[in-house]
Design a protein around this ligand. Structure first.
Ligand code: S3P
Length: 455
């Protein structure tokens, strides 16, 4: 089992890109796989989560060829031959690994097929709530058995059948639920509508539109008419802002730093972290803001300035839900108090992220109060190195690696293989930032020279 050993850094002057977006890579594998022809997907994220979804599509009869790879990890460029909505029965149960997105989106797709299938996952995924998708899918006529030891949990036994369109008002703001229902809706006659209680990431709608599927949005209601077949096309996945977030926080909290993250996704349903850090006093600007394949993309420049506490607004929570562990670290490094509430969803992520963040922050000497739906962090107390658990949660491992860059002494994070579920290469980036050395061949990481640097 690997560990991270992290020491404090004095400066951070770098320029690099992060691997492809996780949410979009799952969707690219699925939507290209049901499209009507050949699609080349570029900058696919070769993380365990996305590779499981890709393999799942393979076991449903979708052929793909690997065109480029990230050494030691997996494909970054693929040619996928779409099956024109006609998937075939998988020979074996499908392993979704650690991925809630993979399992929930695939469940929507599989519920509407003319065959039975089974989805299972690791221990963490087997304890996460699946009723949030089986309830709306059952309303569409789906027949899904939750076979887990825990009620309403995976493995999911899906008896594929013909579904009918519905209008569904989601009780939780979840892009995974919205996407599962919309993907199922593609196979129904008539109009399927999903109403969100708050805005959630809209990659499914955008990617469907890029593949020629018309969706209609009115306020927070998204409608699509079934029977539309995605038209094959190429798609380039932007860098993942949720992966960039770790370095953005590190640079923002370190006075004198300068960081440029290139080619990162800047979809407005994902960039609330930037607004929060700006409120906390960070100096951030995004540049070369363009649109590629329906998704905004650009560069972000961060100049370290020191931070002050803030209050996270309820409407921001779904937009930055995955960034909360590292925002909590930023809060511990900031002067004053930061309040994170209305974030009960964190309790059903890869770990109970309220409990795991609070535990690790306290171990490093931070002052934190835990609530059922969040936490309040009084920042400014110096952090000290500690031996921490990742609890097998990739974002906990990475968030506390960032905390370690600001702590006195050594921080050891145990059980860090999990970072490969979303950020292959994180460890190399971390090592390069601790060394401030260039490793352009593998990761395009470039440390700025003094002349190029901000000051
Ligand atoms: C995701 C949606 C979010 C997020 C997850 C990825 C997606 O989950 O936490 O990491 O790709 O749709 P919810 O939609 O369940 O909030």
């Amino acid at each position: 089992m690997s560990v991270f050993k992290v020491n404090a850094i004095k400066s951070l002057k770098a320029e690099f890109s992060v691997p492809g977006d996780k949410s979009m890579s799952h969707r690219a594998a699925i939507i290209a796989g049901i499209s009507n022809g050949e699609c080349v997907i570029r900058n696919f994220l070769p993380s365990e989560d996305c590779l499981n979804t890709l393999k799942a599509m393979g076991s449903l009869g979708v052929a793909y060829t690997i065109l480029e790879e990230m050494e030691n990890f997996g494909p970054t460029m693929l040619r996928i031959q779409g099956k024109k909505m006609r998937l075939s029965q998988p020979p074996l149960p499908i392993d979704c690994g650690n991925s809630g997105t993979g399992m929930r989106l695939l469940a929507g797709l599989l519920a509407a097929q003319a065959f039975d299938s089974e989805l299972y996952g690791d221990e963490s995924l087997s304890s996460r709530p699946m009723a949030r998708i089986t309830v709306p899918l059952s309303q569409m006529g789906a027949n899904i058995e939750c076979r887990g030891e825990k009620k309403g949990c995976a493995p999911l036994l899906i008896h594929g059948t013909k579904l009918h369109a519905i209008t569904y008002e989601m009780p939780v703001a979840s892009a995974q639920v919205k996407s599962a229902v919309l993907l199922a809706g593609l196979f129904c006659e008539g109009k399927t509508t999903v109403v969100q209680p708050a805005e959630t990431r809209d990659h499914t709608e955008r990617m469907l539109a890029a593949f020629g599927v018309r969706t209609h949005r009115e306020g927070n209601a998204i409608t699509l008419r079934g029977g539309q077949i995605p038209e094959a096309r190429d798609f380039r996945v932007p860098g993942d802002i949720s992966s960039a977030a770790f370095w953005i926080v590190a640079a923002a909290a370190l006075p004198g730093s300068r960081l440029l993250i290139q080619d990162v996704g800047l979809n407005e349903s994902r960039t609330a972290i930037i607004g929060v850090l700006l409120r906390m006093g960070a100096k951030i600007h995004d540049m070369i803001h363009t649109k590629e394949d329906g998704e905004p993309i650009g560069n972000i420049e961060i100049c370290g300035n020191g931070l002050t506490g803030t209050v996270i607004r309820p409407d921001e929570v779904p937009n930055l839900i995955d960034e909360i562990p590292v925002i909590a670290v930023a809060a511990a490094l900031a002067e004053g108090t930061t309040v994170i509430r209305n974030a009960r969803e964190l309790r059903v992520k890869e770990t109970d992220r309220i409990a795991t963040v609070v535990e690790n922050l306290r171990r490093m000497g931070a002052e934190v109060q835990e609530f059922e739906d969040g936490m309040e962090i009084t920042g400014g107390k110096p952090l000290h190195g500690a031996v921490l658990q990742s609890y097998g949660d990739h974002r906990i491992a990475m968030a506390f690696a960032i905390a370690g860059l600001f702590a006195t002494g050594e921080t050891v994070i145990e059980n860090t293989d999990c970072v490969n579920t979303s950020y292959p290469g994180f460890e190399k980036h971390l090592a390069a930032i601790m060394r401030e050395k260039t490793d352009p061949s593998a990761y395009k990481l470039k440390t700025l020279t003094h002349e190029e640097s901000w000051d």
